[in-house]
Design a protein around this ligand. Sequence first.
Ligand code: ZN
Length: 372
Amino acid sequence: MDTIRRGEPLSVALERAGLAPQEAAEALSVASALDPRKVRAGTTITTKVDPDSGASEVVLQLAIDRVVRFTRAFGKPWVEQEQTLQWTTDTVVVGGVVTSTLTAAIAGGAEAFPERQRTELAYALADILEYRIDLSRDLQKNDSVRVMVERRTAENGLVRPGNIIAARMTVDGKPVETMRFTQSGRVAYFDGEGKSMRAAFLRAPLAFRRISSVFGMRRHPILGTMRRHAGTDYAAASGTPVRALGNGRVIFAGWRGGYGKTVEIRHTNGFVTRYGHLRAYNVRSGQPVSISQTIGQVGSTGLSTAPHLHFEVLVNGVHRDPRVALRNQSGEPLAASQRRAFEQLKTRLFAQLDQSSQRLVGRTAAAKPNGD
Ligand SMILES: [Zn+2]
């Protein structure tokens, strides 16, 4: 198996995969289901030659549910065939105790997902929890995670995680539950008490997907030259977008001594957030900003030895640990009319989550892989 490289013509990829130039050209001349000039980088190619019959086969996985197959019997012309893969969805429980990273913990003895998909699952979980928990920092050794998640399997054996249905974790030793619930036709995630997982503040100013080597247990990724340090440092590549933690108004955007290029935002309830060492910012003082809006980029301006974001939360002018300050800013509770249905579903889901150890807990009908 091989993948098409960036900017590489399909014919070159086919030759690298073992076809003679003439053969590759002939195969592509019958292509109608695909435009050879528009096949994306990263597309996988599988080639096979039967040593006995001399038959050749080239398979391109164009999309998660779409395959184009070129076959040729010895001495015959190439034939192209397009195939839509059927996916089936079942539900699995994965997880374990955190010894190194969340991705590794999700491996937890299960063979449910290949490694890349486990990383995707870790990100998906972090996205659900991003108003509550900073999974890039808060996770500690011996924390635990159990996730009930849809598993989508294609006819050709490809596996992908689908929706997360429920999760029970301990983070920094404290229990956290979340589950998917449909309220008046809208799907959302709630905690075990029926409060929305969304809230007035994100827990981290960087999108986890933008931080490399995330979900480890790095307490101090950068302990640079700044001493008497009242904030949280996030190691990230220069240029990584920095997000406003919540709705508010910019009260400072400029150079602030050792902090270098800095943005400060005033939110409700006396909260101010500060973002330092920025390479650049794209807001100005007085400007309103909304939660998750990009306000600048990670850099190394001011007293800093390597690119990182210095982040602070102040409440009524006093530095506060974001883990503590933001803890009680949880989301809206469910409507009272939904409460009963929520409790019933919760009882059922968490009973399944606790009982099954990596076992299949259900099977549903065939579904498209990229549903909701
Ligand atoms: Zn710092």
